[in-house]
Design a protein around this ligand. Structure first.
Ligand code: PMP
Length: 455
């Protein structure tokens, strides 16, 4: 089939995720046919540097034969069996044990799911169940953050703080409330980073007091917000949040779906910030995206209660701990470990990206460049001196994203924030290529916007 054939069939039959169906159908899609290392290839022969590692997930890069072999071998041995009704299988057992070894000390149990959203559905049910067993069924409220992302199932989107998602599809799951996010460039520039981080942590305490400590079950947050725009909190934020949580009897859920498995240069984002979460939803980098798998890493406090006093937990999925997905995840973890990928992000690639990424802060279109490990963002501004944003109708971020794509780089736009999250096996040369392509796209964006919005 040719590109046009795929595009026609796609238009006729395929409803894409997070997509305006009508406008996509008018514009047509790009057909990605194969990939290797950090590059994807489309049906028209373009080779594109994948600055997003798929959807923040292809941590080991594309085309790893070891992962393909692990899937093949497991397919042949046992393509499917479940973990319900007192059965299990070697890949699920080994993966649970390995994750317990990699996770912080106090985490020794794993509940498998098929995705990050399912992991967050699980978390919601687990924390409420935990407090019910503890004889505190009124501890129901979960405090989350505006513009956080926790998935697209009903519970996932309710936990998340994306209002356009809340506005579609009827009422959210009750008992979830959202406080301000530690997004200094977007919402806090009138005060120092330090003061703003503390102010956001204070919002948590105020919300706990407003709801009543005995009504609050948990606080959920991504260590670094991903889908919200690679929002790296001010240094003062997490220590202050930790202080608040220590004061009240409230569980911490660190959503590690993006931050986990090396993105911030540690196995988990929680390690980077010294957090001790009770629950950690994970997915994406767990299998480097080669097969769908997620999980909740469950700390001893919750696990022991569920095990000792809980009775049956009426929850689980057909594909919880799917043997082929688990076998691939296990091999993925082995490769990340043996090749010291995580340490390399922390010691080499992260600092190198930070240095090169900061060079883009000089660009007239860029109000802020920030990065941590291998996640980064650029804030596009209409006026560099004042930090004034572009008029929303110009969709500057989307303009830049499209120019990136045309120019051989995948960079994502979240409003006017440009985001990168490349595979963790990217080389220094490939980082150089990413930077020069990003710079070119910024130049072209400036040129294009200058016509409608002279700077
Ligand atoms: N949590 C976070 C932090 C995420 O970034 C995502 C996905 N982008 C999810 C949960 C949901 O994961 P999934 O798409 O696998 O359901």
């Amino acid at each position: 089939m040719q590109t046009q054939d795929y595009q026609m069939l796609d238009r006729q039959h395929h409803l894409h995720p997070f997509t305006d169906f009508k406008s996509l159908s008018e514009e047509g899609t790009r057909i990605i046919t194969h990939a290797d290392g950090v590059y994807i290839h489309d049906s028209q022969g373009n080779r594109i540097l994948d600055g997003m590692a798929g959807l923040w997930c292809v941590n080991l890069g594309y085309g790893r034969q070891e992962l393909i072999d692990a899937a093949t071998a497991q397919m042949q041995e046992l393509p499917y069996y479940n973990n319900f009704f007192k059965t299990t299988h070697p890949p699920a057992v080994k993966l649970a044990a390995k994750l317990s070894e990699l996770a912080p000390e106090h985490i020794n149990h794993v509940f498998f799911t098929g995705s990050g959203s399912e992991a967050n559905d699980t978390v919601l049910r687990m924390v409420r169940r935990y407090w019910a067993i503890k004889g505190k069924p009124d501890k129901q409220w979960i405090i989350s953050r505006e513009n956080g992302y926790h998935g697209s199932t009903v519970a996932g989107m309710s936990l998340g703080g994306m209002t356009p998602m809340h506005d579609q599809g009827g009422p959210c799951v009750p008992g979830i409330t959202h406080i301000s996010q530690p997004y200094w460039f977007g919402e806090g520039r009138d005060i120092s980073q330090e003061a703003f981080g503390k102010q956001c942590a204070q919002a948590l305490e105020e919300q706990i007091l407003a709801l009543g400590e005995d009504k609050v079950a948990a606080f959920i947050a991504e260590p670094v917000q991903g889908a919200g725009g690679a929002i790296i909190p001010p240094d003062s934020y997490w220590p202050a949040v930790k202080d608040v949580l220590a004061k009240y009897d409230i569980l911490l859920i660190a959503d590690e779906v993006i931050c986990g498995f090396g993105r911030l240069g540690e196995w988990f984002g929680s390690n980077h910030y010294g957090l001790k979460p009770d629950l950690m939803p994970i997915a994406k980098g767990l299998s480097s995206g080669y097969l769908p798998i997620g999980a909740v890493l469950v700390g001893d406090r919750v696990a022991d209660t569920l095990i000792e006093d809980g009775g049956e937990f009426f929850h689980g999925f057909t594909y919880s701990g799917h043997p082929v997905c688990a076998a691939v995840a296990l091999k993925n973890l082995e490769l990340l470990e043996n090749e010291r990928v995580v340490e390399n992000v922390r010691d080499e690639l992260g600092p190198y990206l930070a240095k090169r990424w900061q060079e883009l802060a000089e660009h007239p279109l860029v109000g802020e460049a920030r990065s941590l490990g291998l996640i980064g963002a650029l804030e596009l501004v209409a006026n560099k001196a004042t930090g004034e944003r572009f008029d929303k109708s110009l969709a500057a971020g989307n303009v830049c994203r499209d120019l990136c794509f045309d120019n051989g780089l995948v960079m994502r736009s979240v409003g006017d924030t440009m985001v990168i999250s490349p595979p963790l096996i990217i080389t220094r040369n490939e980082i150089d290529e990413l930077i020069s392509k990003a710079r070119l796209a910024l130049d072209k964006t400036a040129e294009k916007l200058a016509i409608t919005h002279p700077m």
